[in-house]
Design a protein around this ligand. Structure first.
Ligand SMILES: NC(=O)c1ccc[n+]([C@@H]2O[C@H](COP(=O)([O-])OP(=O)(O)OC[C@H]3O[C@@H](n4cnc5c(N)ncnc54)[C@H](OP(=O)(O)O)[C@@H]3O)[C@@H](O)[C@H]2O)c1
Length: 295
């Protein structure tokens, strides 16, 4: 049996959708099974014969984390340690999701899995500590680092940009942070492939291919959003201006460069991941696109 933790989040929803489509039996939990409560996790696990745990639960409010460090640590480090312990106790393999924000972003070539971690914000620090807790507490694990995630369920940059373009004359978007937008559909599909192929346990970088800045991503959203019919007349005329991180200060510092090397996962699974622009097209042109998110 597969257990999806954090099933109500953006990635969790997509993982469940793909498990449904593949006819794979699973059980799911959200806030009803608080990951910071090991008793609750153990009680849930005892009801099923769990072979796989997919942990999509996390504290993900990167800026808010700077003023809620304790809560963020409780979920991303202590909660993840609990999940890893329970995975070890019930002999399940754990798939845990981590982030590019475990790196400081001072590099200029794609980060490989063996590079040293140096997170620069509370969120990244707690996610790095969560990775360490997985490695310490269980043997059969996959840590999948992803980045700049967007999917049909949940708030994300793509919905936010379309909504903003459709209602404003101009926008400023940072142009000095480089990374890779990643479609949750692609990550969920990788998770299912990992479960099917049972590749070697360890850490894998899992984003779409290519790299860009938030400003270039916003421009592509406008271009493709017009073709997909989600951008109104105002949005077509909205000017999207590049700006620097300094001009758009946020409570949390973000890595300037967080492109991840995908060689390891591509070699392990024998596949080529999609380019981020192609995946954006899939996202925008699907019936699953949520119109209400751009109103
Ligand atoms: N989004 C990104 O850009 C991004 C980038 C890199 C990596 N990631 C990682 O990818 C994974 C999935 O992210 P996502 O965007 O799908 O996140 P999300 O939409 O915020 O979903 C996270 C889920 O975890 C649940 N949760 C929070 N605290 C919990 C607790 N104590 N017990 C049980 N459930 C709890 C949340 O419930 P409530 O919503 O009800 O609080 C939510 O449903 C996370 O590990 C995240 O760190 C995300």
């Amino acid at each position: 049996m597969v257990w999806v933790i954090g099933s109500g989040g953006m990635l969790g929803t997509e993982v469940c959708r793909q498990l449904d489509n593949s006819g794979i039996q699973y059980v799911k939990s959200g806030l009803d099974v608080d990951i910071t409560d090991i008793g609750a996790l153990r009680a849930f696990a005892s009801r099923w014969s769990v072979d796989w745990i997919i942990n999509c639960a996390a504290y993900t409010a990167v800026d808010k984390a700077e003023s809620e460090a304790e809560l963020c640590k409780k979920v991303n480090e202590d909660g993840v340690a609990n999940i890893a312990l329970v995975a070890q106790e019930c002999g399940a393999a754990l798939i845990h999701i981590s982030t590019d924000y475990v790196f400081d972003g001072t590099g200029n070539i794609p980060y490989t899995e063996d590079m040293g971690l140096a997170p620069i914000g509370v969120y990244g620090k707690t996610k790095a500590a969560g990775e360490a807790a997985v490695i310490k507490n269980t043997k059969k694990f996959y840590i999948l680092r992803t980045a700049w995630l967007y999917g049909w369920a949940g708030k994300n940059f793509v919905y936010t940009m379309i909504r903003a373009m459709n209602s404003r004359e101009s926008l400023k978007v940072v142009n000095d942070q480089r990374g890779t937008p990643t479609f949750a559909g692609d990550l969920a599909s990788l998770i299912l492939k990992i479960m099917d192929k049972k590749i070697e346990y360890g850490i894998y970088h899992c984003t779409d291919l290519g790299e860009t800045t938030w400003w270039e991503f916003a421009c592509e959203i406008q271009k493709q959003g017009i073709l997909a019919g989600w951008i109104n007349e105002k949005g077509k005329n909205c000017t999207v201006n590049p700006c620097s991180t300094e001009e758009y200060p946020t409570p949390a510092k973000r890595p300037a460069y967080s492109v991840l090397s995908k060689e390891k996962i591509q070699n392990a699974l024998g596949l080529t991941l999609p380019q981020w622009q192609e995946s954006l097209k899939v996202f925008l042109n699907s019936e699953l696109f949520k119109k209400e998110m751009i109103l």
